[in-house]
Design a protein around this ligand. Structure first.
Ligand SMILES: C[S@@+](CC[C@H](N)C(=O)[O-])C[C@H]1O[C@@H](n2cnc3c(N)ncnc32)[C@H](O)[C@@H]1O
Length: 308
C-alpha cells in the first residue's frame, strides 16, 4: 500500500460535534485516506453506517482496500456535491450527520505523481478528478492575460496577479509550460525570494480551485445537503482558506435567518424559514499542540451547525 502520511485535522473536535447517534448514518464528502471515516467508524456501534466519497481515484482505491472487511462503510468516487444522488442510490431517506474536510490531502501535495506539488518537478496537472478534461498546463498555455489575472486574483487572493499573468503570457514565447517547475521558474523570475513560497502557494491554489471548480462544488454540496439531512443532524465543515470559510460562514448565517425582509419593512412578507442553528459562533481552530505535530493544520477552521 502507498504511504499516505495524511494526518487527519481537528479529528476529535469535528467528530465530537458530528456524532450524536451511535447507530446513525453519516456522510463524509472528503474520504481522502480514511482518517475521519475510520474514526467515525470507531465511534459507531454495529448498526451505524458511513457513506464516504472522494473524487480522487487513488484515494478511493486505497480506502476500498483499507475498509474491505468493514461492513459499515460504502464508498463512492463521486464529487461530494452529488450527496443527494448518493442518498438516492443508497435508497436512504436522510443522514444523521454530514462532514467535509476540504482541500487536498498530504499525499496529493507531497507526491509528484499526483500532480499537485511545486516542491518537486511534476506534470502541471492539479486535477483531483483525473477524468476532468482541463489541466493546469492547459490553462497557463491557452488562457489570455485577463482571464489568468482574474483567476490568480480571485482564487489566490494574490495582489501581483496582473504581473504574474503577464509573465506567464510572455514566457509562452519560449515554449509550452509543461511542468510545475516550468511555472515555478516563471514566477521566481519576478518574485523576491522572501515572498516566493507564499506567491507560489497562492498561484497553485488559484489554478487548483479553478480547475476543480472547488467553490461551486462546495456551494452545491451545502445546498444539496440540506435536502438529505434529518432534523437534529449536524453538518461539520473544515476549511483551509478564507474563500472556502467565507462560503460556509455565509451559508450557515443565511440558513439560520428566519426573515430576509428589508430592515425597514413593517411586516414580514418573505416566507423565509430558519433551517439551521449555528453551533460555532467563532470557528474552532487547531490547538498549538496540533499545529506543532501537524504544520498543515495551521490554516484549518471548523464550523458546525444543526439542522432544525
Ligand atoms: C483534506 S483531504 C481529506 C482527508 C481525510 N479527511 C482524511 O483524514 O484522510 C481532502 C480530500 O477531499 C477530496 N475532495 C476535495 N474536493 C472534493 C469534492 N468536491 N468531492 C469529493 N472529494 C473531494 C480530495 O481529493 C482529498 O482527498
Amino acid at each position: 500500500m502507498m504511504n499516505t502520511q495524511h494526518v487527519p485535522v481537528l479529528l476529535n473536535e469535528s467528530l465530537d460535534l458530528l456524532i450524536k447517534k451511535k447507530d446513525g448514518i453519516y456522510f463524509e464528502g472528503t474520504l481522502g485516506f480514511g482518517g475521519h471515516t475510520g474514526e467515525i467508524l470507531k465511534r459507531l456501534d454495529k448498526n451505524g453506517l458511513v457513506i464516504s466519497t472522494d473524487v480522487d481515484r487513488e484515494a478511493f482505491e486505497y480506502c476500498k482496500k483499507r475498509f474491505e472487511k468493514e461492513k459499515r462503510v460504502r464508498l463512492y468516487n463521486f464529487n461530494f456535491s452529488l450527496i443527494d444522488v448518493i442518498a438516492k442510490i443508497e435508497s436512504l431517506m436522510l443522514f444523521d450527520g454530514v462532514i467535509a474536510d476540504l482541500g487536498v490531502s498530504s499525499y496529493q501535495l507531497d507526491n509528484a505523481s499526483a500532480g499537485f506539488t511545486y516542491s518537486s518537478d511534476s506534470p502541471l496537472d492539479l486535477r483531483m478528478d483525473k477524468n476532468l478534461k482541463t489541466t493546469a498546463a492547459d490553462i497557463v498555455n491557452s488562457f489570455d492575460e485577463e482571464e489568468l489575472a482574474r483567476i490568480i486574483y480571485e482564487y489566490g487572493e494574490e495582489k501581483k496577479s496582473r504581473k504574474i499573468a503577464r509573465q506567464i503570457i510572455n514566457s509562452r514565447k519560449n515554449g509550452t509550460i509543461k511542468t510545475s517547475f516550468d511555472l515555478k521558474k516563471i514566477i521566481e523570475e519576478i518574485t523576491p525570494q522572501r515572498y516566493l513560497v507564499k506567491t507560489l502557494s497562492r498561484v497553485f491554489q488559484a489554478l487548483r480551485i479553478h480547475i476543480n471548480n472547488e467553490l461551486e462544488s462546495l456551494k452545491q454540496f451545502l445546498n444539496n445537503s440540506m435536502n438529505v439531512m434529518k432534523s437534529g443532524s449536524r453538518i461539520v465543515i473544515i476549511s483551509y482558506h478564507s474563500l472556502e470559510d467565507r462560503i460556509v460562514k455565509e451559508f450557515f448565517k443565511y440558513e439560520e435567518l428566519d426573515c430576509i425582509c428589508p430592515k425597514d419593512s413593517p411586516v414580514c412578507t418573505c416566507d423565509k424559514e430558519s433551517r439551521l442553528k449555528i453551533l460555532t459562533r467563532k470557528p474552532i481552530v487547531p490547538s498549538d499542540n496540533e499545529i506543532k505535530i501537524n504544520k498543515r493544520s495551521r490554516s484549518a477552521k471548523l464550523r458546525a451547525a444543526e439542522v432544525l
